[in-house]
Ligand binder design. Structure first.
Ligand SMILES: [Zn+2]
Length: 212
């Protein structure tokens, strides 16, 4: 089977999203790019029974290579991102904190320094119908110089150099959205960090971690 390992990782990651409450039912989708091929979760298949065979492999123009099922309805969004960005994985979720916050702000306020994990303040892509080219364009624009974005009245998307990194970012994104919602719920003004401070953290994070 073509890209067998990657397809299994995607199937497993879909189940992880469901277990963590980041998707309801068959919502959400995951893709991984390997050279000129994209493996993406299928449309409308229950995650508990999802197998590597169900995860299709397509070319970057969307044409199928080894895909027994219809790809996720957000395939146009995934293809639009791969056409513009040098990333290896995309995760789209319907987490409650990000979806809720997407209905009240145009960008996630920088109330926590984790905004820097996404390259700066996380934007909210304007609403467009699911699966549409308009939604793909809106999200691509919101993702400019960022590794995550919210999708108004819908959910969120993260990008990474690997599936593991993109999945990690999902957790951080839901965390800062949850934090902001709780702060807003106090009714008190929510204080935020300056753009300069966030940019400083972005620079620091670039050199953070174990160096071997
Ligand atoms: Zn969706």
């Amino acid at each position: 089977m073509l890209l067998a390992e990657v397809r299994q990782e995607i199937a497993d990651a879909c189940r992880t999203l469901q277990e963590r409450g980041l998707v309801v039912g068959t919502a959400g989708n995951i893709s991984v790019r390997v050279d000129d091929l994209v493996a993406i979760s299928p449309s409308g298949v229950d995650y508990p029974g999802l197998t590597a065979d169900d995860v299709g492999v397509h070319r970057l123009d969307g044409s199928p290579v080894e895909a027994p099922l219809k790809p996720s309805s957000e395939f146009p969004l995934h293809l639009a991102v791969y056409a513009e960005r040098d990333v290896a994985a995309i995760v789209h979720t319907h987490g409650v904190p990000s979806s809720a916050l997407s209905t009240v702000v145009d960008a996630v306020p920088t109330s926590h320094y984790y905004s820097a994990l996404f390259g700066g303040q996380v934007r909210v892509a304007p609403y467009a119908r699911f699966g549409s080219d308009a939604l793909a364009a809106n999200v691509l624009e919101a993702l400019r110089d960022r590794t995550g974005a919210l999708m108004a009245h819908h959910g969120a998307v993260t990008l990474g150099p690997s599936l593991a990194k993109a999945l990690d970012l999902v957790a951080y994104l839901e965390y800062i959205c949850d934090l902001q919602l709780r702060a807003l719920a106090t009714g008190l003004p929510v204080r935020t960090l300056s753009t300069e401070e966030i940019e400083g953290v972005v620079a620091d994070l670039a050199g953070y971690g174990q160096q071997r």
